[in-house]
Design a protein around this ligand. Sequence first.
Ligand SMILES: Nc1ncnc2c1ncn2[C@@H]1O[C@H](COP(=O)(O)OP(=O)(O)OP(=O)(O)O)[C@@H](O)[C@H]1O
Ligand SMILES: [Mg+2]
Length: 210
Amino acid sequence: MIARGRFITLEGGEGAGKSTQIKRLAAWLELSGISVAITREPGGSPEAEEIRRLLVDQSSRAWDGIAEALLVSAARHMHVRDTIQPALEGGAWVLCDRFYDSTTAYQGYGRGVDLVVLDQLRRIAIDTLEPDLTIILDVDVQTGLTRAMERRGGETRFEQAGLSFHTRLRAGFQALAATEPHRCVLIDANRPIEAIELSIQDLIERRFCI
Ligand SMILES: Nc1ncnc2c1ncn2[C@@H]1O[C@H](COP(=O)(O)OP(=O)(O)OP(=O)(O)O)[C@@H](O)[C@H]1O
Ligand SMILES: [Mg+2]
């Protein structure tokens, strides 16, 4: 029987470095002969990507927090069923760029949806599945937004509402790390890319004895 793979999620605000670090982590794991599947949320399976389009399409109507939570939960259900579970069962390590902690941070801490409601949605969408490890990249709000904007080649100043939203997000991620220390590890992402990469490798070596 093939051993089930590990399920690792990367979390953090915009520009924290999730997409950068997930690629580096995948390459490093593959060097040890581990088979890796990279995926992301919202999205990660055909139906979930359809829902992603609804959420990111600027011309769509403005969803409120509950509607967003329901949409991402429906997407997550399909993503887990069709992509994550099959990969884990096939022995791959699944690295997922955002997962349910982003719903807690964005729709909960960011948009004010009741955290108990979000927990109920999580159970409906994915039952008892939880990541073996969640890496939360913690970055100063302004630094993260500047990185994200530079990547898009856009404006680098932010209006106050955006800043306070992102400040609540960061506090939400920090609270998650404090509440679930067995699963979530906060990594200081204000440092250079290579330093963060080494911290993640060190964490994985210690956690999974590879
Ligand atoms: N530690 C770092 N120091 C400086 N720049 C970084 C660092 N990590 C990532 N970057 C750069 O910042 C930009 C955003 O990084 P990345 O796309 O990995 O962030 P992200 O967390 O995936 O953001 P988003 O949530 O918007 O997808 C990229 O241009 C990347 O090269
Ligand atoms: Mg990204």
